[in-house]
Design a binder for this molecule. Sequence first.
Ligand code: SAM
Length: 325
Amino acid sequence: HNGDERAALIPRYVRVNTVKGTLEQAIDSLVSRGFVLSDPFSSRKGFCKDAHVPNLLLFSPSISFQDDPLYTSGKIILQDKASCFPAVVLSPPSINTSVVIDATAAPGNKTSHLSALMNNKGKLYAFERDKKRFQTLKMMLAKAGCSNTSPINADFLTTDPSDPQFSPVTHILLDPSCSGSGIVNRLDHLLEPGMFSLGTNAEDDSPKDDDRLDKLAGFQLMMIKHAMRFPNVQRIVYSTCSIHATENERVVGNALKSEEASNGSFELAPQSEVLPAWPRRGYSAELDSPGDAASLVRCLPGEDATNGFFVSCFVRVLPNATTKR
Ligand code: SAM
């Protein structure tokens, strides 16, 4: 498949923003305007629920929602299916004492998803280092009604994990800059300059690209290790929209071998906690422990009706690991 052919196989995905209303309310509104619960590929007005992600709807690729009242009022969010996986896997608690970090937040689709899963309760720190993208993030969170969020215009790597403000943090989402090699053409309009620090759509493996991917992988590993330093963090989700093992399985393997994860402090969450029903798992040949592949989720553009994507989840093993540091 070329890019356009692959794009035609991807439905228009719409996530209902449950901060602003229920799934049923959104469906009623759509049905009242002529949409029909049916196969989204067989008719222009057909739509259906997604099989893996709650509150996600599938529409015909030919439908646009830019001017739809549900979209302009923040009640729906246009978000690819695979990019809904990280917040679902992180599964932050929805209680008043929850404290969660989204370390790389703009434009904020995953932040608003986390906020919805937290029932807009507790506290959700959303870091974004880029000034312009930070403005987009704040606008997006206001539009989505996510009042439990605290957007912070700072480099996550410069935050002090021992800052008392962050001691209650138990869940961290890490969706850092990557090569973007999994992004299919039709979704390019969702990207903004700067989203990917070193360009997009690297599909060949020239030495120049190897170097570029190695640099990204080094940065991605630093981000995971930094997240592991938060004293009470229990669960860290690391995701990319890259199809390259260099940024995915190999980064995860190196994180597991790092000092931060050593002595069994962190391991990968079992498949039962990481979208167990999703068939495409990590590439075992790229891991020191091939058995870890079952813990990892992959999406392939053109095969899975999504963009190319990767999701992993680290969990703390030793409850008292923090006292050793
Ligand atoms: N999670 C976002 C979403 O779903 O809407 C997309 C995140 S995008 C792939 C990565 C973002 O991380 C970019 O906006 C980039 O500016 C930001 N970023 C990269 N390194 C960062 C760092 N060290 N601290 C904070 N933000 C960072």
